[in-house]
Design a protein around this ligand. Structure first.
Ligand code: PFF
Length: 462
């Protein structure tokens, strides 16, 4: 039982080979569909510049300190989020109900994984399409038709969802060193290079559209900003940094006690933000050059980029590589979503392979409801009687519930725990500093993060 595990000396189950690999693994978790698929389309839906600025501010003053806190809690707890939270609460003489925070984080990751796998699955057939040249000289309408055809077919979606989940469980089941580490060291740097190639292509192909895209992304028009957009921005800041899904927590629990958590967090937030902005610069110039709609929603990446691939020299190869990278980026994230629950099941005596298969199998099953939301159940809006959820399918609701409610709430509670429940001495010890940077962190985590998240929640109740 949990208590037995807590009574023992807290030893990590396993450790990373070295600190840089840990950074890559967390960056692998952070960089994913959130950066390349979600960030551009929600930026488009929320009007561009002002949204981007709020998002960047949320990353810097709320996301980054909480990312630091989550890694710290994981490393100090040395167990799965539930058992770590129980142990840390006990250390501070507080209620074991703090364990529920761990449960919520694991649940959030589970829910996210269920639909994440379906979306990542979209990218797999695109690899083949790009490779055989289906996008060559195709009109935007034809390319839109390819995407529409995919979403309309439950069987195709089911197939790719299944393939993606199998890939995820394949790596996760092998374990941290052989599976996760090996995957991220190759995949992450390649992704970066492909995005850079796309941006350079955009700059050279159509400088004025590139200019428009830069203005769209960075010239704020605050009149377009609603309180819901701010909630979306903060929710996305957590989603993109993998905060409060227990992934970073679990990875932190395997981290060597000498590694600097502060430096790690800054590096990860930096890489993650850079990739999101790069994805925007890869996508929006094409949107503007082809008269497409920036606010067209989740299909944005799957409709815009193929247009560019169809026109650019070498587009067949670059397009193929891009979708391979998209699958890889999503893959290193989905693996991390399993980790917290897998760690917990291992603590309860399950083998690693069995634990991974159980979690992935259940998430796969739940994912079927997302598959159907895209076609046969498209008109099924379970909470349609509430104004805010009008027109939202089950998939939309999972996305809303996790990104806009569970992750911010988990983040808020982690900030309260790190800032108010743990003693200052223990956070200083774990972060190995008490200097000015520590004091800034402490201030942000105690006041700015809880008040900021709380205020945004309250503003959205109305
Ligand atoms: N950060 C991932 C992305 O941007 O795609 C998504 C994610 C991973 C969210 C792990 C939550 C999580 F626990």
């Amino acid at each position: 039982m949990a208590d037995a595990a807590i009574g023992a000396v807290r030893q990590p189950h396993q450790t990373w080979s070295n600190w840089p690999t840990f950074i890559l693994a967390v960056a692998g978790s952070a960089v994913g569909l959130g950066n390349i698929w979600k960030f551009p389309y929600i930026t488009g839906e929320n009007g561009g510049g002002a949204f981007v600025i709020v998002y960047l501010a949320c990353i810097a003053i709320i996301g980054l300190p909480i990312l630091t806190a989550e890694i710290m809690l994981g490393r100090r707890g040395r167990m799965s989020p539930v058992n770590s939270m129980i142990a840390l609460a006990r250390d501070a003489n507080r209620s074991r109900y703090w364990g529920l925070l761990g449960v919520m984080m694991m649940l959030a990751a589970f829910l996210i994984l269920s639909f994440y796998s379906v979306i990542a699955g979209w990218a797999i057939p695109y690899v083949g399409q790009a490779l055989v040249g289906s996008f060559a000289d195709a009109t935007p309408d034809e390319i839109g038709g390819i995407f529409g055809g995919l979403l309309a077919s439950p069987w195709q979606l089911l197939l790719w969802h299944t393939v993606f989940m199998a890939l995820t469980v394949g790596v996760s089941g092998i374990g941290v060193k052989a599976g996760i580490e090996r995957a991220v060291t190759i995949l992450m740097p390649s992704l970066f290079i492909i995005l850079a190639v796309l941006i350079i292509y955009n700059m050279m192909a159509d400088a004025s559209s590139f200019d428009k895209a830069v203005k769209f992304m960075f010239n704020p028009d605050f009149s377009k900003l609603t309180s819901e957009a701010i909630l979306t921005a903060i929710g996305h800041a957590f989603f993109t940094l993998s905060i409060a899904g227990g992934a970073v927590f679990a990875y932190g629990s395997y981290l060597d006690s000498k590694a600097s958590i502060g430096v790690t967090s800054v590096a990860i937030a930096g890489i993650d933000t850079l990739v999101a902005l790069m994805a925007g610069l890869a996508i929006f110039p094409i949107v503007f050059a082809n008269g497409l709609e920036a606010g067209s929603g989740p299909g944005l990446v799957f409709v815009t980029l193929p247009i560019a691939f169809g026109q650019m020299p070498g587009g067949q190869i670059i397009g193929t590589l891009f979708f391979v990278m998209l699958v890889f980026a999503a893959w290193t994230s989905s693996i991390s979503m399993l980790e917290a629950i897998v760690e917990w099941l291992q603590e309860r005596g399950l083998s690693r392979g069995k634990a991974s298969a159980t979690v992935a199998g259940s998430a796969w099953l739940l994912g079927l409801t997302t598959v159907l939301s895209l076609n046969l159940w498209k008109g099924f809006h379970p909470l349609g009687f509430i104004e805010r959820f009008e027109g939202k399918t089950l998939f939309d609701l999972y996305d809303y519930l996790t990104a806009n409610i569970m992750l911010p709430l988990g983040a808020l509670l982690m900030a309260v725990f790190a800032g108010w429940i743990m003693t200052r001495a223990s956070t200083e010890e774990e972060l190995a500093t008490s200097g000015p940077i520590y004091r800034v962190w402490y201030f942000l985590i105690r006041y700015v993060a809880p008040i900021g998240i709380g205020a945004i929640f309250i503003a959205n109740l109305g």
